[in-house]
Design a protein. Structure first.
Length: 395
């Protein structure tokens, strides 16, 4: 949040940036540092200011103290944390990438930022103390070879360098010395991509897992897995997730028609590129529709998330959803190599073997913007190759 000019000229003596009220009676005043600066390494997170009345005009002495504390925080940030973070290092640039208001880091969802943070920490652990301007090809090549020698997977190396590219691009935008050169070097380096997965669940395996879920009494989990598989949805678009303290992205009863013959949803991952909602016809899947009807009959009202954990009574968390899959997979005798994330691949692979299904149809079924993305989900390429041979021989 931008600060008012009176932070510096004291033109508004009531301006109190960072003032919050707390305590059991909400009469204790505190100054609280903005999260972006705390994440950058600022250590003064919260300062008590004394008791007061938040319904009354702001105490001028408290307001002045808030401005003083805020200015001190900004001076620390401007100087890159004094000795804590040396300006021009990768640690400094990573902090800027995570905290600058105009950084692309701020444009992604909270769950994506959590993933970014893990990789940023790994990059910082290796390069944090090094000046950006001193990072040349030999340095980067040594890191790549060192990781390979330690047995790091292609996945790890690929995502580590992708993260470094992302930070370097931000460095270009803020004109950090050396960032453009590093970005150019990274663009010409050959970083192997992780091998595509070749395993996906069959229809029989999905049915076995759902049967095990039914036996365990996990009605809404069974329903969710079937919706994922038959409509090619990502898990997040069924079970949802917590973003910035609020549940979002999953299926709710409000998305379903009154007679439960269809549901309408904007796909979360492609919300920007494909904003038009999908309407899915449940009359094509009578088993799913009947399950919905049976569950709805036991509800006092049709509202909120459709998948609820038996254990907590709340929407499934990502971990809870994965754990339910693992338990049911084991009970069904399905190999551990079949992952929950492969469900969409199984759906699209199954569909690709159907006569009359086109690439455009598969792309739309996968809710993808382009067919190239869909291709990454298709498995059993050997069967496709042999099918082509069979068709050629039949001519």
């Amino acid at each position: 949040m931008p600060f008012d000019p009176s932070l510096w000229d004291n033109s508004d003596p009531t301006y109190a940036p960072g003032l919050v009220w707390g305590g059991r009676d909400s009469k204790h005043a505190y100054w609280v540092a903005q999260r972006r600066y705390v994440k950058a390494g600022y250590k003064v997170k919260r300062v008590p200011l004394g008791r007061g009345d938040k319904t009354a005009p702001v105490d001028l002495a408290m307001a002045a103290q808030c401005r003083d504390l805020t200015r001190e925080m900004l001076r620390w940030y401007e100087n890159a944390g004094n000795a804590a973070v040396s300006a021009g290092t990768w640690k400094w640039l990573i902090a800027r990438y995570k905290t600058d208001e105009f950084s692309r880091y701020q444009d992604v969802k909270a769950n994506t930022r959590r993933g970014y943070d893990q990789w940023l920490a790994l990059v910082e652990s290796v390069l944090g103390h090094i000046q950006i301007a001193d990072t040349n090809y030999p340095v980067l090549a040594m890191i790549q070879k060192g990781k390979a020698k330690k047995g790091r997977s292609d996945h790890h190396i690929h995502y580590w360098f992708n993260t470094l590219r992302r930070v370097a691009r931000h460095g270009i935008l803020i004109e950090a010395k050396g960032a453009a050169t590093v970005s150019e070097i990274l663009s010409t380096m050959r970083i192997p991509s992780p091998a595509a997965r070749s395993i996906a669940p069959t229809r029989a395996q999905i049915e076995a897992i759902v049967a095990a879920s039914d036996t365990a009494g996990l009605r809404t989990f069974s329903l969710g897995v079937l919706i994922q598989y038959w409509f090619g949805l990502r898990a997040v678009d069924v079970r949802g997730q917590i973003l910035d303290g609020m549940w979002a992205d999953g299926l709710t009863w409000e998305m379903f028609s009154g007679d439960l013959s269809s549901f309408t949803k904007v796909i979360s991952k492609t919300r920007r590129s494909l904003p038009e909602p999908y309407t899915f016809d449940l009359t094509l899947t009578p088993n799913i529709r009947q399950r919905l009807i049976d569950i709805a009959e036991d509800l006092e009202s049709r509202s909120g998330p459709i998948t609820i954990s038996n254990k907590t009574g709340n929407p499934f968390t990502p971990d809870g959803w994965s754990q339910a899959w693992a338990r049911c997979r084991t009970a069904a005798g399905v190999p551990k190599e079949i992952w929950l994330m492969d469900t969409r691949a199984g759906a699209l692979t199954d569909a690709s073997q159907m006569t009359g299904v086109t690439q455009v149809m598969l792309r739309n079924a996968g809710q993808h913007k382009d067919a190239a993305t869909t291709g990454r989900y298709l498995r059993d390429r050997s069967r496709d190759a042999n099918k082509v041979v069979k068709l050629r021989m039949a001519k």
